[in-house]
Design a protein around this ligand. Sequence first.
Ligand SMILES: NC(=O)c1ccc[n+]([C@@H]2O[C@H](COP(=O)([O-])OP(=O)(O)OC[C@H]3O[C@@H](n4cnc5c(N)ncnc54)[C@H](O)[C@@H]3O)[C@@H](O)[C@H]2O)c1
Length: 303
Amino acid sequence: MILVTGAAGFIGRNLVRELVYKKQSVLAVDLEELENPAIGGEYLKFIRGDLRNNDTLNEIFNHNIDAVVHLAAFTRVLDSVNRPRDYFVNNVVVTENLLELAVQNKVKKFLFASSNAVAGDVGFSLITAKNSLSPQSPYGATKAASEMMLSAFQYSYGIQTVRLRFTNIYGTDMATKDSFIARLCKATMGNKKIEIYGDGNQVRDYIFLEDVLNAIDTCLSLDVPEIIVVGSGSSISVNELVDEFQNVTKVKLDISYVAAKTGEMKAVIVDNSTLKAIGVGEVTELQAGLEKTWNWFASNFKN
Ligand SMILES: NC(=O)c1ccc[n+]([C@@H]2O[C@H](COP(=O)([O-])OP(=O)(O)OC[C@H]3O[C@@H](n4cnc5c(N)ncnc54)[C@H](O)[C@@H]3O)[C@@H](O)[C@H]2O)c1
C-alpha cells in the first residue's frame, strides 16, 4: 500500500486518481476532505487527519505501508515569512516523525516533495542537483531541512529516499492554487485583470502535472538517484508566458505591473538531466500543457 500525504491537494488528488486507476492500493491522508473518495473503490482508503497529531500517525501506520509519497506541507513562500514556526512544525517536524515511523514499520521507500527553492537565489546560473542548499525563505528552509533528514535516515537506517525538487507545476484541476498560471486561468474566465510582479522579465521553469506524476510513478517503481530536479529544463519570462497563454486562449488580458514582492528571484533555470536519466526527460511542451490546462478550466471552473 502506498501512503500519499497531502492527498486532497493539487498534486495529491491527481496522483491518487492515477494510482487507483492503475489498481494500486493507496492510503490517502489530508487535513481537508477528499473530493471524490468513491473513485478509488476498494483501492482507496482515506484518513482525514492532521499529520501533526499522533492519533493520525498511529492510524496511518496500522496499515501495511510499502512506500510513502509525502506531499503534505504548508506551501506559500510569502506566508512562510510571516509564520516560520508553523512552517517548521508542519513541514519539518512532521517529515521527521513520518521518517521515524517509516523506519520502524519497515517502509521501503520514502519520496519527498521538495522544491528548487532549496537552492536559493543563484541568479541566471543553472540549478542542478548538486547545488549547495541555500534557501532564502522559511518555506525553502523547511524543504532543505527535510531533505537533510531524508539523507540522514537513508544512511543511518537504510530506508531508500528520493527528494523530488519541483519547479512550478501547472496542469488540469489546479483551481485551488493561487500560482501564476492558475491566476491567469481564473482571470481569463472572470474580470480579465492580471497583476505581474516587477517588470515581468523574471524567468521561471514550468513543468506540466502529467510529467510530475510520471516522475513520481517512475520513482516508486524503479531504483533512482536520491535527488531528482523535476523541471522542464527550459525557462521563459513571465511576459513571454502571458503572451503564450493569450495565444492559447485567444482572450486578451488587462495586465498591470505592480512592485515586485520581496524575495522575488530574477531567474529560475534548472538542469533536468536527473529527470532525463530516469526516463522522463521528454516533457510536455509549454503550449500543449497550457492548452490542456486551459481546456480543463474552461469546462470545469465556475467563477
Ligand atoms: N505545486 C507546485 O508548483 C510545487 C512546487 C514545488 C514544491 N511543491 C511541493 O509539493 C507538495 C504538494 O504541492 P501542492 O501544490 O499539491 O500543494 P497543496 O497546497 O495543493 O496541497 C498540500 C496539501 O497538504 C495538506 N496538508 C498540509 N498540512 C497537513 C497536515 N499537517 N496534515 C495533513 N495534511 C496536510 C493540505 O491540506 C493540502 O491539501 C508540497 O509539499 C509542495 O511544497 C509544489
